[in-house]
Write a protein that binds this ligand. Structure first.
Ligand SMILES: Cc1cc2nc3c(=O)[nH]c(=O)nc-3n(C[C@H](O)[C@H](O)[C@H](O)COP(=O)(O)OP(=O)(O)OC[C@H]3O[C@@H](n4cnc5c(N)ncnc54)[C@H](O)[C@@H]3O)c2cc1C
Length: 461
């Protein structure tokens, strides 16, 4: 069997969220780009369906804003958080760029991906091929990546060479382990299905229901379709034995608002239940000669706050600048590229730290079923949101990628902790200095276990 050999400036592995955006960005900068994707048909997945306003802005900067049009997408103006029958609205803040209320968009992931792929393939200098990358080619007597070996659906093997390869092959990345010892920490799975023609309590908002034992997400992704994602902590009950369905009917359904429950139960009878692991993977510095690991392959957070695509698009905006023709005339100049990637790692913390840490901290808090200390903090957090104003606009500005100053997160972290102490003291009474003293440390401890481990792993080199 003959092996085809071709040369490019840049090879991108994976035409998902990050790969398509990167192909368009670097192709537009006159680099000869090859984008390799194992399956170019429309994906049918339960991921990447709500794009935050900060992601919309990045999409615009990449000239890809049309990709959210013509796919029956639904504008999203913020969140509704529901706890024990009470709802608090968390609207997106005013976008400083447009001076209007910020807006996100939710849609069917597959339709959006196909639009991104069309945009990539119609960009000058970009070639898109359907092939699975099986291995990376390395320089003889060295570690530098110089290309890839890929196999087409017709079983033809090709070797593609380039001085730089971006690997963005997603959360189940085949190549991650070759470049980092970090592995995703998976604590739960999302089980997803569609509910037909449901009117949510707050239309055009993402819904987070603080159910027990774990949160449930809902958002409309098309005229007739509402996505539900149920977080199932620990080992997933079996689908084939019907255990999962029983769990959703018996444990989750009673936790939902009455207006939603009938459609939820109806969908359980007709829809296919699908699941995805929810992982946390702190970012690593790219120190690999000839290759960059990006997207979910390099950095992940719990999807509760829908931040993955926003981080991915912002990464492309930043990287296209660091690796522009002006900054790096040739991708063969490994030394300059490694130096730029080091700068990129620290600069991206402006947006990714808050998104990553908030996703994980809010998840721990919202899934505070058995832990009494975390439950105190959960109540405090919900009540803090009820204040509105900055108590809402800054946290949601951070998680939606609109505010890129992670220090604000630290302020709100302490504000929620002190607020939780206050309402606990008010509701239980100040039974002497001793009790208040214990309560103070209990709540502060709970706040620390939700945020500090993630802040720490974010800032580790
Ligand atoms: C349950 C769930 C819900 C989520 N919901 C949201 C949300 O609402 N909003 C949000 O912003 N984020 C969400 N995310 C996160 C978001 O989906 C990811 O952050 C985003 O898709 C990452 O993009 P990526 O390009 O790294 O990977 P992907 O988009 O997964 O793309 C990887 C691509 O690589 C291809 N590929 C893999 N291996 C190979 C190979 N060997 N050769 C060639 N091609 C290959 C795959 O086919 C795929 O097309 C969610 C995640 C989960 C798990």
């Amino acid at each position: 069997m003959a092996t085809t050999i071709e040369e490019y400036d840049l090879i991108i592995v994976g035409a998902g969220i990050l790969g398509c955006a990167a192909a368009k960005a670097f192709g537009s900068d006159n680099r000869k780009v090859l984008l390799l994707e194992r399956d170019l048909s429309e994906p049918d997945r339960i991921v990447g369906e709500l794009l935050q306003p900060g992601g919309m802005n990045a999409l615009k900067e990449l000239g890809l804003e049309d990709c959210v049009e013509g796919i029956d997408g639904i504008p999203c103006y913020g969140y509704g958080v529901i706890r024990q029958g009470e709802t608090v609205e968390i609207p997106y803040p005013i976008d400083s760029e447009t001076e209007k209320q910020a807006v996100g968009k939710s849609f069917h992931h597959g339709r959006f991906i196909q639009k991104l792929r069309e945009a990539a393939s119609s960009t000058e200098n970009v070639t898109v091929k359907e092939a699975t990358v099986n291995s990376l080619l390395r320089e003889e007597n060295g570690d530098k990546v110089i290309g890839v070996v890929a196999q087409s659906k017709a079983d033809e093997e090709s070797k593609y060479y380039a001085p730089l390869t971006i690997v963005c092959d997603g959360l189940f990345s085949k190549f991650r382990k070759e470049f980092t010892t970090k592995t995703p920490d998976v604590r739960s799975n999302f089980v997803g299905f569609i509910m037909k023609d449901l009117v949510l309590p707050m239309p055009n908002h993402g819904h987070v229901i603080l159910a027990k034992p774990s949160p449930v997400l809902m958002y409309q992704i098309g005229t007739h379709d509402t996505r539900v994602l149920v977080d199932v902590p620990g080992k997933l009950p079996s689908v084939s034995t019907g255990e999962l369905k029983k769990y959703l009917q018996g444990t989750v359904a009673p936790e939902l608002p009455e207006s939603i429950r009938p459609k939820f139960l109806e969908a359980l009878e007709t829809e296919r239940l699908r699941s995805m692991p929810n992982g946390f993977l702190p970012p690593s510095v790219n120190q690999n000669d000839g290759m960059i690991l990006l997207g979910d392959a390099m950095n992940m957070r719990h999807p509760l706050t829908g931040g993955g695509m926003t981080v991915a698009f912002n990464d492309v905006v930043l990287l296209k600048d660091y690796l522009s023709h002006e900054n790096v005339p040739s991708f063969a100049d490994s030394e300059v590229i490694l130096q730029k990637l080091n700068e990129f790692h620290w600069k991206r913390k402006n947006y990714c730290t808050a998104i990553n840490v908030l996703a994980m901290a809010l998840y721990r808090l919202f899934a505070a079923d058995e832990d009494a200390d975390l439950a105190v903090l959960q109540r405090g957090c919900f009540s803090y949101f009820k204040y509105g104003g900055l108590c809402v606009s800054e946290p949601v500005g951070l998680l939606s990628g609109l505010i890129q100053r992670p220090i604000i997160l630290v302020y709100h972290f302490f504000a929620v902790a002190f607020h939780a102490i206050k309402i606990e003291a008010i509701s239980n009474g100040w039974a002497g200095a001793h009790r208040s003293f214990i309560m103070f440390f209990t709540v502060l401890y709970a706040a620390c276990v939700t945020i500090l481990p993630y802040l720490w792993s974010e800032t580790k080199y």
